[in-house]
Design a protein around this ligand. Sequence first.
Ligand code: ADP
Ligand code: MG
Length: 463
Amino acid sequence: SSKWARVVAILKEFEEKCGTPTSKLMQVADAMTVEMHAGLASEGGSKLKMLISYVDNLPTGDEEGVFYALDLGGTNFRVLRVQLGGKDGGIVDQEFSEVSIPPHLMVGTSDALFDYIAAELAKFVAQEGQKFHLPPGRQRELGFTFSFPVMQTSISSGTLIRWTKGFSIDDTVGQDVVAELAEAMERQGVDMQVSALVNDTIGTLAGGRYSNKDVLIAVIMGTGTNAAYVERAQAIPKWHGPPPKSGEMVINMEWGNFRSSHLPLTEYDHALDAESLNPSEQIFEKLTSGMYLGEIVRKVLCKLAEEAALFGDIVPPKLRTSFILRTPDMSAMHHDTSSDLRVVGKKLKDILEISNTSLKTRRVVVELCNIVATRGARLAAAGILGVLKKMGRDTLRDGETQKTVIAMDGGLYEHYTEYRKCLENTLNELLGEEVSQSIVFEHSNDGSGIGAALLAASHSKYL
Ligand code: ADP
Ligand code: MG
């Protein structure tokens, strides 16, 4: 029928516009490398901020004592404490608690957000048991994982550049987020020193390195996306501080803000961006990360309903609600292996109030999820290739068998299997069989929190 011809035509056009052939991915990777150089050359030299983390030494395994971490990155925040065993002792004990951020606090005032966090921290500290040993007379210390772009001024201070991922609190921008937290802790009666301020990518890199010395890159695919890696201090022209003893500095790329004319943007992406809290920012993030993938699918479904009557003569009203289709639901539909695609049917009914969908319609939905996830995952892989190129690890030097381990974390990577497989396969495809043997993906489960605690330990005021 003409309806199906129209559906197929819209889908096909979308698929073409989302195309990520190898040649395009190579251009994206090269553009990423170029922007990395520019961002390292001068402040404001690129859309990539290439932020200096003040971490010039990653954990060694010698860290010892009880340390706290607080991880604020998106929808949830976590508090944790670890007892570190010192040389070869590893992590003796760890406990955590996770709380979701009430949405009104994401767009309220700085004090309200930080008071909420500090109050949760106070409750958690009150539950510290016998397994954790704080030497008498010592103040507790904390690593603060804060996963938004921050201009660091030292290992334990930094000002917020801007919010991302649905947060929008004007009075925090330009403030030292450690001071904001410290003041809230004082108001809430928490006696603790913030010894390290890190991004989740830096935390993941640190946590990954603690368990595997070949970890050189960390990539987060969660609500948003970002990457960090170990750079030679010599290769950072904009660094005017004292040269680090190690000769290295960890860089927080803030790659979510990457953009390039080579990125395959469609009308749906332009609309999503225009309607977002941060128009024309975080374009790479809007193509690849968990906050947005489901919303892109919804937008195309809406078009299919409007212009090809995919769900009948009227457009299902729920389909017009922004962000109603979340990426975990998209992922569940994409992974539906039942012969009648009953998970897809159920999701359409429960979330969008569209009942009695035909198998043919459900297949369209799965195909759409596949197109959106594939584009995102392949672009993420191209981003990683760009980092490997910058590090000179995209080729094998004669006779060398250097390993490069990439610590991966984030809910999207962890739970969206098709996305993860596509990302990993694409990187292997781009690197070729031989080189890809030297690149290892490692899931660093909650490395970012533990990493922050480890960095608090290695920057302890008692050392
Ligand atoms: P954050 O990025 O907020 O610190 P996470 O790393 O836990 O937190 O990532 C959470 C994000 O991961 C969610 O916003 C969602 O987009 C994505 N996600 C979580 N579960 C799934 C799932 N089952 N399938 C696909 N994506 C998921
Ligand atoms: Mg996180």
